[in-house]
Design a protein around this ligand. Structure first.
Ligand code: URA
Length: 424
């Protein structure tokens, strides 16, 4: 077998066998296959697609490339959650303690920011002292004791994904649906949970720009789940504007705390109730109506917030010390009207320029900076009324075109639905 024949086969739109893909992936991890050869193969896959069988085989190879976490010592059905990534997406931080407060154990491994989208682990690190790296024993023991833990995805789970993802990020091959499906599902299956609820973000601020692509990705991930006897539910959600009001690490933690205290933004609340209902229904094997009542009860009675406090304390975080800048620039509207669009992608990029994200893998994060929106799509705005606050660390930052992220119309604007589709 040789890598050139494999690249040419995919270039000619032929199906690759398990052995051929294993040869390519294992060879790449070992360094026998070079970056330029794997880049060519990834590009051929991106252009010519993969069959369901090829994608399931690729997922298997990626799972086998690393550790498989054994969660069997934790009682009950374990339900995981994943998001394909968006702007202002702090869902995990609210959802995990909420679901745990309903009596479902949650073992959550999360990632860092990617491109213009933030990452749960970076956000949690804006809480002073919070430990994102626990040993497997500490992870399992914390979940058995308090019902949840959120830690950083270890490098040992689906090792091949680390290598492939870094290369995809710099070769224009991030949007391939089979590559995304195998990347997500290999990590989720190797993480050892019984069921997975996936928030598939759709829109300008997301990886999936339209509903058709998002549905295709969802159906493929459900098929991969079936091959491993794992229940997968995909919830397609709107990412045409940022989720909630805050973008940026420390600011998103404050918004998460407010949401756990039931005083957060309505779109984030709606999303955690929908996702929480599905997770609790699967985890407790009860119908969705009963699960929804339980979710609402625990949210409204401070139990979800108490669970969050327990989790932060168990992971050595100081909830009274969240890094946020005290300097901000107020951006005011230059006209009166109704908010028609808020460019999530642009605001994600601005947050990155402020320091909330990375341009290179090695960059460090500024936890204090970000954006807080005062207006969302559908809201009325007056001339000179504040649209948003930009939290900065130094004021010499160039954010002159930030106002263009808002599109303001003269007539009333109908808000888009947040939940687009649920595929089981
Ligand atoms: N999230 C992942 O984990 N992998 C992808 O390829 C895209 C989003």
């Amino acid at each position: 077998m040789n890598i050139i024949d494999i690249i040419v086969k995919k270039k000619n739109k032929q199906e690759l066998t398990y052995e051929e893909m294993k040869y390519a992936i294992d060879g790449y991890i070992k360094g026998n296959i070079k970056d330029y050869q794997m880049s060519a193969l990834l590009m051929a896959i991106t252009i010519n697609d993969m069959t369901k069988e090829e994608t399931i085989n690729l997922t298997k190879i990626m799972i086998e490339s690393g550790d498989i976490i054994d969660l069997s010592s934790i009682s009950g059905i374990k339900v995981d959650k994943h998001s394909t990534g968006g702007v202002g997406d702090k869902t995990t931080i609210v959802l995990i303690p909420l679901v745990a407060s309903c009596g479902v154990n949650v073992a959550k491994m999360s990632g860092r920011g990617l491109g213009h989208t933030g990452g749960t682990i970076d956000k949690l690190e804006s809480i002073e002292g919070y430990q994102v790296n626990l040993s497997k024993e500490e992870f399992i023991s914390q979940i058995s004791n308090i019902g949840c833990a959120v830690i950083s995805q270890t490098n040992d789970v689906a090792k091949a994904d680390k290598y492939l993802y870094a290369l995809r990020d710099v070769t224009g091959t991030t949007e391939s649906i089979p590559l995304i499906a195998s990347s997500i599902m290999s990590k989720k299956i190797a993480s050892g949970n019984d069921a997975i609820v996936i928030d598939v973000k759709v829109g300008n601020g997301a990886l999936m720009k339209n509903i058709k692509e998002a549905q295709k990705l969802s159906k493929l991930m459900i098929e991969i789940g079936k091959a491993y006897n794992k229940k997968v539910v995909c919830v397609l959600t709107n990412m045409e504007q940022p989720l909630g009001q805050a973008i940026g690490n420390g600011l998103e933690i404050i918004e998460s705390i407010n949401t756990l205290k039931n005083i957060g933004p309505s779109d984030l609340k709606e999303l955690i109730i929908v996702l929480g209902t599905i997770m609790v229904s699967i985890g407790k094997n009860i119908d969705e109506e009963e699960a929804r009542k339980l979710v609402l009860y625990n949210l409204e009675n401070n139990n979800a917030y108490s669970k969050f406090e327990q989790m932060i304390e168990a992971q050595h975080g100081n909830i009274n010390n969240i890094k946020i800048s005290d300097k901000y620039i107020s951006i005011k509207s230059n006209k009166e009207g109704y908010i028609n669009k808020i460019d999530a992608y642009k605001l994600g990029e601005i947050a990155k320029i402020l320091g909330a994200g990375r341009f290179n893998k090695e960059d460090s994060i500024n936890y204090k900076v970000g954006i807080v929106l005062n207006k969302k799509v559908g809201d009325k705005v007056l001339l000179n009324e504040e649209l948003m606050k930009i939290y900065v660390d130094s004021t010499d930052i160039n954010i002159s075109d930030v106002i263009n992220a808002f599109d303001i119309k003269d007539n009333v604007v109908i808000k888009q639905e947040l939940i687009i589709d649920i595929i089981k």
